[in-house]
Design a protein around this ligand. Structure first.
Ligand code: ADP
Ligand code: ASP
Ligand code: MG
Length: 290
């Protein structure tokens, strides 16, 4: 069993989503779980919707949400042919959930609404990617991660209920692998015992991939980024940054805590606990060693 995670940057344009499909087509392992982030800067855009809603700017919230909706429908239209209609129905269900909420007045705390709204980014992107992969001859099963990963109700920074979630992984997720060796699910999001959506903290999809790796005793996790691998500095700030070919767990935790944004700090512990390697690879040039 191996885990692959595709981040926002790898799903930010139609060409990049196609490239993701090309990478997935080359994965030869028998059992694979793919964890998907929201496309590009969708999470930032959804944060604006949540803020407008909470500040009682209903029209603005609906207008901002409509833009996000149209963007995803346009991408789906470009990528999908045979499965467009069924995917559009799936997306429409997610849209309706949010639109219902936006028509209400806020009566709970901001963080609660944030999670109910922002979680849709990963649901939309994963549904489109799953359908696209099927059309490309990469059979897979789409999973709503909120049926598997349970958290407490500390919205926006929810903590995984490891015992319950592990039970779900064993009893619900593993049996699916027998019929569909490739599962596609969402990073960053989960749900409470009352089926309210939660999020695990910004940039939390790497962490979701690590949580699944731990629970599934995966052989490895590969996260696909827009950089060659882990470098000795952020190349956006220091263009001369160079690749670090390998790091131990302690070193990478240190880097993450001192602010290297390439890996979410919470990601390493679940991997270290089970001695699972993580590869950081470049989706722009998959041949690079990472
Ligand atoms: P995604 O959200 O698509 O998974 P991120 O944007 O979170 O990817 O992470 C990739 C970005 O992290 C790179 O574009 C790079 O600018 C930045 N980065 C910061 N520090 C480092 C580092 N030490 N090595 C590599 N990339 C880094
Ligand atoms: N989409 C979420 C974010 O942008 C989670 C992630 O990409 O890891 O923060
Ligand atoms: Mg990110």
């Amino acid at each position: 069993m191996i885990i692959h995670k595709f981040g926002g940057a790898s799903l930010s344009t139609i060409d990049r989503i196609k490239q993701t499909g090309a990478i997935a087509a080359e994965i030869k392992e028998e059992q694979v779980l793919i964890v998907i982030s929201a496309m590009g800067k969708t999470t930032n855009a959804l944060e604006k919707v949540a803020e407008a809603f909470f500040n009682h700017h209903k029209e603005e919230a609906l207008m901002l949400f409509t833009k996000i909706k149209e963007h995803h429908l346009t991408i789906a239209k470009y990528l999908l042919v045979q499965t467009y209609n069924e995917t559009e129905r799936q997306l429409a269900d997610f849209f309706t959930e949010i639109e219902w909420l936006l028509h209400d007045e806020p009566v709970k705390g901001f963080d609660y609404y944030y999670d109910q709204i922002v979680c849709i980014g990963e649901l939309l992107s994963s549904a489109i990617v799953s359908a696209y992969f099927r059309e490309e001859g990469i059979p897979n099963t789409w999973i709503d991660v909120r049926d598997i990963l349970r958290t407490d109700d500390k919205f926006r920074e929810a903590a995984i209920d490891w015992e319950y979630s592990l039970g779900k992984v064993k009893n619900s997720l593993l049996p699916l692998l027998a019929d569909s060796p490739l599962l596609i699910t969402q990073g960053f999001i989960a749900a409470t015992d009352e089926n309210e959506s939660t999020t695990l903290g910004r940039e939390g999809s790497d962490y979701s991939a690590a949580v699944f790796a731990n629970m599934l005793d995966a052989e490895s996790v590969t996260i696909w980024k827009d950089v060659e691998g882990v470098l000795n500095a952020d190349p956006r700030e220091f263009p001369e940054a160079t690749l670090i070919p390998a790091l131990n767990y302690r070193e990478v935790i240190e880097m993450a805590y001192y602010g290297a944004q390439v890996i979410h700090p919470k990601t390493i512990k679940p991997l270290q606990n089970k001695n699972i390697p993580m590869y950081v690879k470049c989706f722009l040039d998959p041949g690079l060693p990472g």
